[in-house]
Design a protein around this ligand. Structure first.
Ligand code: MN
Ligand code: MN
Length: 467
């Protein structure tokens, strides 16, 4: 007894678990790597504000690294490095390994490229009181009032009757105009300010200001709308009917920037989940691995993973089956032997809203990427509850590579909840766990992450595909 008592501090250090703030444990050299990585990431974010743009940037990076395009039915051999584009909105970047995939399985990392935003309706254009507006329907879970009175950029495509596709990107260049959703002045907001948050600004009030100069013919009706239509025709060759087959989204026009005197953090739109998408992409392009590695960057996660570009689409399993067949492996055995990281961001503990978190189990900023054993609501319902065995395996791998990581639960028990693509992958009989970086102000127009967490996430992915 007396011996243990005298070594209490040492014993405590050996037995107790504490999260580590990554920044407290790094060398100058490592800090430089973390900050250099953040610079590349910001360039990616600025170039990829929609799933289509993110997909095409991913393809460019894959091509530049020597990956070639794969089409269903193509032949494959060990060592091949490929990318497979799904309808321009999602992409699988993969490497065929040299291991026996029937025994070793695949290493999958799944992240999503879509982010909450304000979509333009199919018949959107109208004028009122000297202003021209576009009507919208928001995409994903947003606090609607956060999207007013900020500069918005318009991104997307307009598909003409003849099939020609016109790319739209207005508001990103410093010389471009931007767009705007207005809000009420405080002086007249006594009614508005007494409303609950979800009603402060309602969906049908999210109308975007796009013009205010009239057509000069005084006799014409809707002269403000006509003036906008004539600009659209001259500059983009489109007419009002073309909105019917368009996908246009308003996204924050802000660029990614460093936050803080010390630049510890990054503020940017769409870090859920392009933070994980970028890390996964970098890992498959540049990481070391003998395994067959698939990085699946999907669309539609924010609206339930539906549709032909969401993770529930058969296209991803078709591809996995084709790879298995090419390697003369039994597809069912391959899935059973595979491992998957569902790479998606989680909530960071926010000291300004501490009541919704349970501090011991919340994702702490700068303490590394977060493994969430489960998600779901009210008793883990709807969750993929990853096994202790799989998490144990990852612990071992991360320890070997010195990855700083933590576990995270989204909030207090019964405080709310959320889900990810994990359950859809697990359903395929693949061991799957959620992993991703903690985010402050998730789903807002300008989300904040720590550069340390971003880099730790990348290191975790490198370690995962290596072993
Ligand atoms: Mn997400
Ligand atoms: Mn999300």
């Amino acid at each position: 007894m007396s011996e243990i008592n005298s070594n209490g501090k040492e014993l405590y250090n050996n037995l107790e678990y504490n999260k580590k703030n990554y920044y407290e444990y790094i060398s100058d050299d490592e800090k430089q790597k973390i900050f250099a990585y953040a610079e590349k990431y910001k360039i990616f974010l600025n170039a990829a504000k929609t799933e289509r743009e993110a997909c095409s940037v991913a393809v460019n990076l894959a091509q530049a690294t020597g990956f070639t395009e794969y089409h269903l039915g193509d032949t494959l051999t060990a060592g091949d490095k490929c990318y497979f584009v799904n309808r321009g909105k999602s992409v699988v970047v993969f490497r065929v390994g040299t291991t026996d995939i029937e025994k070793d399985g695949m290493r999958l990392i799944v992240a999503h490229l879509d982010s909450p935003r304000i979509d333009i309706k199919q018949n959107p254009l109208y004028e009122e009181a000297g202003m021209c507006f576009l009507k919208t329907h928001y995409y994903g879970g947003i606090k609607k009032y956060q999207w007013t009175t900020i500069p918005l950029a318009l991104h997307g495509v307009v598909v003409l009757k003849n099939g020609a596709k016109i790319q739209i990107c207005i508001g990103e260049d410093a010389s471009d105009p931007v767009f705007y959703i207005d809000d009420l002045l405080p002086h007249l907001s006594s009614d508005q300010m007494s409303k609950i948050g979800s009603k402060i600004v309602e969906g049908e009030q999210l109308n975007i200001v796009v013009g205010g100069l009239p057509h000069l013919d005084k006799k014409v009706k809707n002269k403000f709308k006509l003036a906008v239509l004539s600009i659209l025709q001259t500059q983009y060759g489109i007419c009002e009917e073309d909105f019917l087959s368009a996908e246009l989204s308003a996204v924050p026009a802000f660029k990614a920037r460093d936050i803080g005197f010390d630049r510890a953090f990054i503020g940017a739109y769409g870090q859920d989940d392009r933070a994980c998408a970028y890390s996964a992409l970098e890992a498959v392009l540049n990481g070391e691995s003998q395994h067959t590695v698939l990085v699946i960057l999907v669309d539609k996660e924010e609206v339930g993973s539906e549709g032909s570009t969401g993770i529930q689409s058969k296209i991803y399993t078709d591809l996995m089956e084709e790879i298995s067949n090419a390697m003369l492996a039994n597809y069912r055995k391959v899935r059973f032997a595979s491992r998957c990281l569902s790479a998606d961001v989680t909530a960071a503990y926010d000291p300004n809203f501490s009541k919704v978190f349970e501090r011991m189990n919340a994702g702490m900023i700068s303490c590394g990427t977060c493994i969430s054993k489960f998600t779901g609501v009210h008793g883990k319902i709807g969750s993929n509850d990853a096994s202790a065995e799989f998490i144990g395996e990852l612990r071992n791998i991360f320890a070997k590579e010195g990855v700083i990581w933590q576990t995270a639960e989204l909030g207090r028990v019964d405080g709310g909840g959320g889900g990810t693509v994990a359950k859809h992958l697990a359903k395929l009989n693949i061991d799957t766990v959620d992993i991703g970086i903690p985010v402050i102000s998730m789903h807002s127009p300008w989300e904040m992450v720590s550069k340390a967490d971003l880099y730790s996430n990348y290191c975790a992915f490198l370690a995962f595909i290596k072993y």
